[in-house]
Ligand binder design. Structure first.
Ligand code: NZQ
Ligand code: ZN
Length: 383
């Protein structure tokens, strides 16, 4: 196990009816920017619950955060925060709304050009406090220190991490996820599953605690993910999926272990250039990364095969391949496509899809051995 330091300050308030706890969680006399997306919170009752709980606070609203939140939209909110001298951001939505709120919180306090937070890793010295009301179990953004922002005019999607943007609190009421369209539920299942594999499918460092947690999460996400397709209103299924997704990316299982994240970074270009949902990009790319890197990953792939899919027969290499097939089959059962041609993407698109990795200067994977040339070869496996 590698060395690590660990602190996660996010207060989680979990369960039915917990949005009512909001006023008690807010800093006293906070001047609030309430941030939300395209309006789902108005249709599923979350907006009504939040505004009821915020009675007595000064609240300004900012709506229209897009899936894959846009930089320019966030900067319009930053201007509003400054103009009205607001001092607290409350995000009500999925990962996009929460990520947007976290970026605004950092950008509003940043001395230079906020784009440099994303492009140059500009150091975050302070950020406004953020609270969240989560409506989609997927990203873990509600309990982590990361955010991912897109900028269409630059053809870029970029992330950054800072301990200053951990939310102060997050309210997780599984009932508010009943209203999710099946596609978004499935996206959340696949995204959270692949968050675990990004931190688990590398090489062994004898980190038994992390492995056991990771395997437990993958089992739960797979079992409950398949169940939620037939039982979208089953509270226990939704609750287990929500808490699993949070734990899949709240720093915890990645402590002291090598991490990959190549599938995530490679997938950004598929969203920017072809509009795939975040999870859709992962379901295509992840089996490719695993296949291409089989030699360096086969030990953990075989371990996962036994722990999650009951794959125990054959050589280590054979079991590793079977595990990759089982992952792909799981994504397809969730209704998510796993091949580029299914999105109309052909060999002629691969150069453009691979190019950003070198342009940004990324060396991806747990061995930093993936550049644009390798990305192209990985994507070619997924046509
Ligand atoms: O915009 P609204 O009206 O809210 O509708 C959203 C949106 O259309 C809808 N939705 C959310 N909750 C709902 C609901 N519809 C009905 N009922 C509900 N309860 O779902 C759509 C997708 O929402 P979005 O927030 O975009 O989805 P998700 O949570 O999957 O977030 C994706 C974003 O998170 C980033 C992704 O890159 C992407 O930009 N990620 C953030 C991470 C992080 N901060 O740690 C890690 C992830 O790997 C990921 O990269
Ligand atoms: Zn993800």
């Amino acid at each position: 196990m590698n060395n690590f330091e660990f602190s996660n300050p996010v207060k989680i308030v979990f369960g039915k009816g917990m949005i009512a706890r909001l006023s008690a969680l807010m800093p006293e006399s906070a001047k609030v920017l309430l941030v939300y997306g395209g309006g789902s919170i108005k249709r599923n009752g979350v907006y009504a619950q939040v505004t009821e709980a915020l009675k007595g606070f000064e609240v300004t609203e900012f709506s229209g955060i897009e899936p894959n939140p846009q930089y320019d939209t966030c900067m319009r909110a930053v201007a509003l925060i400054r103009e009205k001298k607001l001092d607290f951001i409350l995000a009500a939505g999925g990962g996009s709304v929460i990520d947007a709120a976290k970026f605004m919180a950092a950008a509003v306090c940043f001395a230079g050009d906020p784009w440099e937070i994303l492009t140059k890793g500009g150091e975050i010295k302070s950020a406004l406090p953020v609270g969240t009301v989560l409506t989609l179990a997927a990203t873990g953004s509600e309990m982590n220190e990361r955010t991912v922002i897109s900028r269409a005019e630059m053809d870029r999607k970029l992330g950054f991490a800072s301990p200053k943007i951990f939310p102060l609190f997050s309210i997780l009421d599984p009932e508010v996820t009943y209203s999710l369209p099946p596609r978004q539920t499935a996206n959340g299942v696949v995204d959270s599953f692949i968050h675990v594999t990004e931190q688990y499918l590398t090489y062994p460092v004898n980190a038994k605690v992390q492995d056991a947690f990771a395997e437990g999460l993958m089992r739960v996400i797979r079992e409950e993910g398949l169940r939620v397709l037939d039982e979208p209103d089953n509270y226990d299924v939704r609750a287990n999926l929500m808490w699993a997704a949070t734990n899949a990316l709240n720093v915890w299982i990645g402590l002291g272990v090598p991490q990959d994240w190549a599938s995530h970074r490679i997938g950004y270009a598929l969203t920017v250039q072809f509009g795939l949902d975040h999870a859709e990009t992962l379901a295509v790319v992840m089996p490719g990364v695993m296949t291409y890197m089989l030699e360096q990953k086969k030990s953990k792939l075989a371990q996962m095969g036994a722990a999650i899919f009951g794959i125990t027969e054959g050589t280590e290499e054979h079991r590793a391949y079977q595990t990759i097939d089982a992952c792909e089959a799981f994504f397809r059962r969730m209704g998510i496509k796993t091949r580029l041609h299914e999105y109309g993407i052909t060999e002629f698109d691969l150069d453009n899809l691979a190019a950003p990795v070198d342009e940004i200067g990324w060396k991806l994977g747990e061995h930093q051995n993936i550049d644009s040339r390798v990305v192209r070869e990985i994507l070619a496996l997924r046509l």
